[in-house]
Design a protein around this ligand. Structure first.
Ligand SMILES: Cc1cc2nc3c(=O)[nH]c(=O)nc-3n(C[C@H](O)[C@H](O)[C@H](O)COP(=O)(O)O)c2cc1C
Length: 151
């Protein structure tokens, strides 16, 4: 039996809602990637902080931890697109676990650009079998089911 972890980072709740749907449809375990640092409440201020993180290649500290990570064979990994890729917190998360032998299914929400470099940046930071990034904006239960099934 395949065991699914649905790990996500979300600043304002949109990706959280997508992750909850994916965990429900795929019968997965939901896990929130929580950073030690708090991002600003406002959009414009967060955009500046996120750009600085990219420039200095920061790996923000993660304060939440997955129990029994080894037991999962598939990890759905969700995030908002920040500056045309995944937030740096996703790269922090990837650095903390051994993904070799695992299937990694990235999914994102975004404001219109689509996933862009997300999957290739995740691939470069992770030993797992990283699939293309699923666009979870407005995804129906049926679309989620088909994506999880690899259709
Ligand atoms: C720092 C920052 C950078 C963003 N960069 C992009 C981007 O490059 N492309 C895009 O379409 N949306 C971008 N957005 C919009 C978010 O991806 C979008 O609002 C997302 O659904 C928010 O998810 P959340 O509620 O889970 O945080 C950005 C938002 C923030 C805060």
């Amino acid at each position: 039996m395949s065991k699914l972890l649905v790990a996500y980072f979300s600043k304002s709740g949109i990706t959280r809602a997508a992750a909850e749907k994916i965990a429900r449809v795929g019968d997965g375990t939901l896990f929130e990637i929580v950073t030690a640092k708090k991002y600003p409440a406002g959009y414009a201020a967060t955009v500046i902080v996120a750009k600085k993180e990219q420039i200095v290649r920061e790996l923000p500290e993660i304060v939440s931890h997955v129990d029994d990570f080894e037991s999962y064979d598939t990890v759905a990994l969700g995030f908002p697109v920040w500056w045309f890729t995944c937030p740096r917190a996703i790269l922090s998360f990837l650095s903390q676990y051994d993904f070799s032998g695992k299937k990694v299914l990235p999914f994102c929400t975004h404001g219109g650009s689509g996933p862009r470099k997300s999957a290739s940046d995740i691939r470069a930071a992770c030993a797992g079998d990283v699939r293309e990034c699923f666009d979870a904006n407005g995804a129906t239960d049926d679309a989620v089911r088909r994506w999880l099934a690899g259709e």
